[in-house]
Design a protein around this ligand. Structure first.
Ligand code: ZN
Length: 371
């Protein structure tokens, strides 16, 4: 008996809820999955599904506001190893009345423009996952020791990598991350600095009919509005955007690309799997993942299908624990749903599934395909 066992009561048997919840999922899930046969059917389904999701995400409750953008810092990152000099701006934009997004905008001195191709983005969103101090790891601020460790662990610096490739890259703090942490995690401790207030935000959102996924999707849309405004002044090509994210950043990329056609290239790493295994059986994931009533309507593959036939890269690691107890089988089933949608548009070649060895980690080689 453990030491604690002397102070508590041991139960031989427990009466938990998980088996019944799994059965309930099987009975109720995916009622609104695509059931048509043609690309016209699919286009109609997408319109209807986006309406449903707008409500479930709480996007219809978000309030528009002028971006009121302010650039309040500018740092030059010198050219190195063939990569161009990059100006890193610190920008603050308003995303809803009184709600502000902080971001770094990485502007390489020679930015890539693929002329003649309307859908080839010059500007990328690089969205952050958990435990990387929001935009700090994505923008590659390895001079901060806690951020350096996080970059080493997950290859989190994909924003900086994209800028070195010549793209203009926005690396935002999503809600609850970095400078946007709420009251409970504002200390300078390493744990608070790297972490987020998704749990608190999610509690605040739920009673208001909002969701963290919805907030992040809304914010990414407003960020594209700002980049389009800015692009008009600067002569950037902003009718199309690329979007890259790992883990929680993959979640935001999934939702942003699913809901907004301005995203013409999406790279989702470490975040595409079936809800039953990955969010119901594995039920200790971050609160930001959970959207009331979503599973009754769609599985994650259905949501990702909304991206078809735009360019989609999905990266999965074979031993990523977030894939759930059945591992890659739980990923492949969802990819099959997505692939069926691409097939309707005769566009299977626009969907890439990149499988890597090892655990939960971003593999930057996937970015080479964007050159
Ligand atoms: Zn979270």
């Amino acid at each position: 008996m453990s030491e604690d066992g002397n102070r508590t009561l041991h139960y031989d048997e427990f009466y938990g809820s998980l088996p019944a919840m799994r059965a309930r999922f099987d009975k109720r899930a995916r009622r609104d999955a695509f059931a048509g046969t043609t690309d016209e059917d699919f286009t109609a389904w997408r319109r209807e599904s986006r309406r449903t999701l707008t409500e479930l995400l709480g996007l219809d409750r978000m309030e528009k506001a002028p971006t009121d953008a302010r650039i309040d810092g500018r740092v030059t990152i010198p050219a190195s190893d063939g990569a161009p000099e990059i100006v890193r701006e610190h920008v603050v934009i308003q995303v809803e009345p009184g709600i502000y997004m902080t971001l770094y905008l990485l502007i390489p001195e020679r930015s890539v423009v693929k002329s003649g191709s309307v859908n080839a983005p010059q500007v990328y969103l690089a969205l952050p996952g958990h435990m990387g101090a929001g935009k700090e790891s994505i923008a590659g601020r390895a001079e901060i020791p806690a951020v350096a460790d996080s970059i080493r662990q997950f290859n989190y610096d994909y924003g900086l990598r994209l800028a070195r490739m010549g793209y203009i890259v926005a690396c935002p703090d999503c809600r609850g991350f970095g400078e946007r942490r709420d009251e409970d995690r504002r200390s300078d401790s390493e744990e608070d600095f790297l972490n987020s207030t998704c749990f608190q935000l999610s509690h605040m959102a739920e009673g208001l009919g909002e969701t963290v996924c919805g907030m992040c999707t809304w914010d990414a849309m407003r960020l594209m509005d700002y980049l389009a405004e800015r692009g008009r002044e600067e002569g950037w090509q902003t009718d199309a955007f690329g979007c890259v994210g790992f883990s929680g950043g993959g979640m935001q990329t999934l939702w942003t690309a699913a809901m907004d056609d301005r995203v013409t290239i999406a790279v989702i790493s470490g975040y595409l799997y079936g809800y039953r295994d990955s969010l119901l059986v594995l039920n200790s994931n971050c609160s930001c993942n959970y959207i009331p009533r979503l599973w009754e309507h769609f599985d994650m593959g259905d949501v990702a299908s909304l991206i078809a036939p735009r360019r989609l890269f999905v990266q999965s690691c074979r031993d990523d624990h977030l894939n759930g107890p059945r591992g890659l089988d739980n990923v492949r089933e969802q990819l099959d749903i997505v692939r069926a949608a691409y097939r309707l548009f005769d566009a299977e070649d626009r969907l890439t599934h990149d499988i890597r060895e090892g655990g939960h980690c971003f593999h930057p080689e996937i970015l080479d395909a964007l050159l």
